[in-house]
Design a binder for this molecule. Structure first.
Ligand SMILES: C[S@@+](CC[C@H](N)C(=O)[O-])C[C@H]1O[C@@H](n2cnc3c(N)ncnc32)[C@H](O)[C@@H]1O
Ligand code: SF4
Length: 389
């Protein structure tokens, strides 16, 4: 395919809404894969995805794809051929950049040699694996299907398959979790030496079993001070092993920052495919249905599975660029922001800047604005302050 490259490069997210079973804390759109396999529901879903990709044939034509992120759910809970076919279909419609990053989310306990072979031949070059904690009792309590040893076995299988760029997910603030648990997790990271780590503070999501147990007083969460101590321990402990924080929840060896996630934080265009996915292209934001049957039915009827669409005006886009850009440790390059939105940042946000500097929440000079360590702990407060202006 000839690359005319007149259009801005794009990134693609594909949602795979299946898991072996649901974890107690998770409210991502996903269903038990076993329930769908028995009635051909997995095949139906991938047929629908194929139809959705075909609807975007024009949009993808002449576009360079810089990253693809296949997430979920658990993409590794389905046969590897589905993932292989998806990537092949995209390859036929768009041009992949030479340094394209193709990430696949996998869950320990779901990988086989056959699946890994499919991923490698399709071009997957980055794997993101959920570990969450190295405390096996805690893993069980939060509904994970694997132990720490299962994680290590899967991690090594990925490396043996030739995919060296591996990211690992950790969680902190889990019920009963201690600082020692965090230290143990860092020790395992040091031993495995992945290129990237994501560390998420537990969010109690409405409608999840964990929320229920929390409301009923069956589980206790670490208090705010301990939760922040865990976060700071992760930042310093990972730094000691050369894994540096580059975003509020993300850490990497130098040069291994996630290209795909940087697209979100740098407020660049992305296309979301699959149930519950979101897109932002050409100053428009749109969201697909969260309902898996509705998703397939709309596509079978030749319709886009979009249930919400809105245009983004320049001031809203500017606000998004600020709150997303502030998530990054490098902060925001002010000359770029000024040029993109035709503003004088210093003038426009004079009041906010003054207050936030006084509160010790931001570092600010003529070229850059970024959060301080205190600002990272109170990031929502900073974001709200910019909303007021
Ligand atoms: C979409 S999940 C997919 C990963 C894969 N299915 C797995 O669990 O191994 C991505 C990550 O989000 C994080 N996550 C999910 N629900 C969360 C919650 N309620 N609070 C904080 N982090 C959460 C977990 O670390 C999880 O690994
Ligand atoms: S955390 Fe991962 S495996 Fe667990 S329910 Fe959510 S998407 Fe599925």
């Amino acid at each position: 395919m000839t690359v005319q490259n007149q259009l801005e490069p794009i990134s693609i997210y594909i949602h795979i809404p299946f898991c072996v079973s649901k974890c107690a804390y998770c409210d991502f759109i996903s269903h038990r894969v076993g329930d769908f396999e028995i009635n051909g529901g997995v095949q139906t879903y991938f047929n629908a995805l194929e139809m959705e990709i075909a609807l975007y044939k024009e949009l993808l034509h002449n576009r360079v794809v810089r990253s693809i992120y296949i997430g979920g759910g658990t993409p590794s809970s389905v046969d590897g051929k589905y993932i292989h076919n998806l990537i092949n279909q995209l390859k036929a419609y768009a041009s992949f950049s030479n340094d394209i990053e193709i990430t696949l989310e996998v869950n320990p306990g779901t990988l086989t040699e056959d699946k890994l072979n499919h991923y490698v031949s399709a071009g997957v070059n980055r794997i993101s694996m959920g570990l969450q904690t190295t405390n096996d009792q805690l893993l069980h309590k939060i509904g994970r299907i694997h132990s720490t040893n299962d994680f290590i076995t899967s991690y090594e299988a990925v490396k043996r398959a030739g995919i060296g760029n591996i990211s690992l997910d950790l969680m902190f603030g889990l019920p009963g979790q201690t600082l020692l648990d965090i230290e143990n997790a860092i020790s395992l990271v040091a031993r495995l030496a992945p290129s990237h780590v994501s560390a998420y503070s537990l969010k109690i999501e409405e409608g999840t079993p964990l929320n229920e147990s929390y409301i009923n007083g069956q589980v206790q969460l670490p208090d705010e001070e301990l939760e922040r101590d865990m976060y700071h321990k992760l930042i310093s402990g990972l730094k000691e092993i050369d894994i540096h924080q580059y975003e509020l929840s993300n850490f990497s060896k130098y040069g291994y920052e996630s290209k795909h996630n940087l697209v979100y934080w740098e407020n660049k265009p992305y296309l979301g495919l699959g149930v519950s996915s979101h897109s932002k292209i050409n100053n428009e934001r749109f969201a697909n249905t969260n309902l898996i049957y509705e998703y397939s039915d709309m596509l079978k009827a030749g319709k886009y599975p979009i249930i919400q669409k809105e245009s983004i005006d320049k001031s809203e886009d500017l606000f998004e660029s600020i709150i997303l850009g502030l998530r990054l440790n490098k902060g925001i390059a002010l000359h770029e922001l000024n040029a993109k939105y035709e503003i004088d940042f210093h003038q426009k946000y004079k009041n906010a800047i003054e207050v936030l500097i006084q509160q010790g929440l931001i570092e600010y000079d003529d070229h850059t604005i970024r959060l301080t360590i205190k600002g990272m702990d109170l990031s929502n407060q900073v974001f709200l302050r910019f909303m007021e202006d």
